[in-house]
Design a protein around this ligand. Sequence first.
Ligand code: SAM
Length: 303
Amino acid sequence: MRTSLQDKVKTFIALKLQRKRNFLKKSNQYRWNSPVYLFTNENIHDYLIQLDNLKNKKILCVAGGGDHVFESILAGSKYIDCFDINYLQKHIIELKSKMIIALPYNEFMAFFFDKKEFMNKKIIAPIFHTFSSGLQQFLNMYYKSNNLDYFEYRGPTIPRYDIKKISYIRNVRQYNKLKKLLPTTQINFINSNCKNIINKTNQTYDVVLLSNIFDTRFTRNNIKYKLFDFYNKFVQPIFIQCLNPNGKICFAYIYDDKLYNSCLKQSIKNLILQKNTKISSIIIDSINKGNDSNIVLYCKKKL
Ligand SMILES: C[S@@+](CC[C@H](N)C(=O)[O-])C[C@H]1O[C@@H](n2cnc3c(N)ncnc32)[C@H](O)[C@@H]1O
């Protein structure tokens, strides 16, 4: 009871103190109450299938709009801890999970991707009573204010990304598969900065997905140092403390293949690695319309 009250109050304060979406764009600083991502802007499915067989693997991933979680489940995982610096992302994961379990594909698609139906409360009315008090608070405040600044990346308004790259959006059968798998999968949300995650979990994992947190932390000058800095401060501690033998950490999703070829590829060689580390990359079709490919860098803990 106390927890649900805290959740409600925290959500209320988060939204009252929220800064405009522009702040995130200008500063690239993610906060506990930033505007929320509803969907990924990564081609997660295509790199996961090249990475590993995830059947029964334990995953740690960035929460965001939940798509790293959902793609991991579709790839076979039954246990996922997801973390985010932004407390409000937990509401989005709950909202999408409960909608997928209870509602048909066309209603889910209309709710998020049809401009006229966006966030239409009638669509979720039959399941609203099953939502946590924090999620109800989030939605009630949105319906009262109609403040689209609550959302950083909304499906219908960002045509830059090819959302058909997301498995359960592209294919109704995958949506229905997720509907069956979600109730039997353990998903835990941890409100944490990536830097502190090792202190917030006592688990070890087979696969860790750090999304493009690296990308959000660098300015384009001095990128070599930034990679070095990110790897030492964020990746290495997870590698040492939380990664199982043979485990892998996808530590940088790179949208810009030119940037990768011009300097990042070279700067990987300067990283100071544990002896049992191997670094590799995966090239995938780009999710950005107009780009050729995206690149995912990962390290493996050799046996
Ligand atoms: C990196 S962002 C960008 C969207 C991402 N490409 C995706 O596909 O979801 C995704 C999420 O990472 C979170 N995030 C950013 N920096 C973080 C950090 N240092 N620690 C934890 N979460 C972070 C943001 O709050 C956001 O929800």
